[in-house]
Design a protein around this ligand. Structure first.
Ligand code: TYM
Length: 339
């Protein structure tokens, strides 16, 4: 294997990102991350994966997890992640992720891991299952990113803190052992970095929210999408504008703007004088129109299990080749024997 024959172009910067297979890909995941992956794969050496090891941190039925991970793979293909342009694989197929995580664990302080907001949130939500994986989750994320010498990590704003830890670990390791890891930068979009719940616009839209009306997914049908937007919580008054005391309407404006590639001001002007009801339907229809072709492609990919297996296998081989280079260097630096 060489860099060229696995599609890595010299001098191109590297981007990497992952998504946990839970539920289905939401509008938030799409606008915050996946849409940018699809755009950025044109200009970067791109590596994307289904974070199935991360998904083990909460209790899952094995058959359901397997089905979900497979479905996520089809969803990413349907969103336009192109295996000719990007490396796409299941995280658990590349053992180097977990191996580097172990080494990085030994350079991570318990204090800094336990301070992570997502760890605290998830511990509160899953108080019957506060396992080591939950606390160690950001270290696995750091391993994911650092294994590939990534320059940029396209994510939504909720992952920023984890990437700060990633940077701290890279710098700490480099200071102790000499230049080993590239120190990555998060890439957070200006539009869609935090899409909020349709039922509680002060919280982020989440794939695991028990209230289905809080979100829409890229594979929902038009009727479902429009219905959920019609039910979206809005605010008092009737003015369609972005304002701190109007989190519901502001969220809908931001969604519409991101989907239609317009500024929030343009959207305010477009709907000036119209009621919330009309606006909610317009947002729902715009989102549904965007997702209709993705849903169609998804169903086509999902039916082709052997294609998914073929792409995932090739992706994992390429990722392992790249990952091994960093891992070998790290093992040597920390003093493990190699022949
Ligand atoms: P996950 O699976 O929760 O989300 C996948 C991506 O979607 C973004 N996102 C959002 N963006 C805007 N609005 C929202 N409401 C919203 N909800 C989610 C997330 O920021 C993310 O970019 N730990 C990661 C997966 C991961 C990863 C990595 C990411 C594992 N290893 C290495 C980057 C690099 C996660 O759980 O994302």
């Amino acid at each position: 294997m060489t860099d060229e024959n696995i599609g890595q172009v010299q001098n191109k910067k590297i981007i990497l990102s992952g998504i946990q297979p839970t539920g289905t890909i939401t509008l938030g995941n799409y606008l915050g991350a996946v849409r940018n992956w699809q755009i950025m794969q044109e200009d970067f050496n791109s590596i994307f994966f289904i974070a199935d090891l991360h998904a083990l941190t909460v209790k899952r039925e094995p058959a359901e997890l397997r089905q979900c991970a497979n479905s996520f793979f089809a969803q990413l293909l349907a969103c336009g992640i192109n295996p000719e342009k990007a490396i796409l694989y299941f995280q658990s197929h590349v053992h180097q992720h977990a191996e580097l995580q172990w080494i990085l664990n030994c350079y991570t302080y318990v204090g800094e891991a336990s301070r992570m907001t997502q760890f605290k949130d998830k511990s509160a939500k899953h108080s019957d299952n506060i396992n080591m994986g939950l606390m160690d989750y950001p270290v696995l994320m750091a391993a994911d990113v650092l294994l590939f010498q990534s320059d940029l990590v396209p994510v939504g704003i909720d992952q920023k803190q984890h990437l700060e830890l990633t940077r701290d670990l890279a710098i700490r390791f480099n200071n102790r052992y000499g230049d080993t890891f590239k120190v990555p930068e998060p890439y957070i979009p200006t539009m869609g970095a935090k899409v909020c719940s349709l039922q509680d616009p002060t919280a982020k839209m989440s794939k695991s929210d028990p209230d289905e009306n809080s979100r829409v997914s890229i594979i929902d049908d038009e009727a479902t999408i429009v219905r959920r937007f019609k039910r979206a919580v809005t605010d008092s008054g009737n003015e369609i504008c972005v304002r701190e005391d109007k989190p519901g309407v502001s969220n809908l404006i931001n969604i519409y703007a991101a989907i239609e590639n317009k500024s929030a001001q343009d959207v305010e002007r477009e709907f000036a004088g119209q009621g919330y009801g009309t606006f909610k339907i317009a947002v729902g229809e715009a989102v549904a129109a965007k997702f209709a072709p993705i849903r169609e492609e998804y169903l086509r990919y999902l039916a082709d299990k052997s294609y998914i297996a073929e792409v995932a296998k090739a992706g994992a081989e390429k990722a392992a080749y790249l990952a091994e280079r960093t891992l070998r260097k790290v093992k040597k630096k920390v003093g493990l024997i190699s022949f």
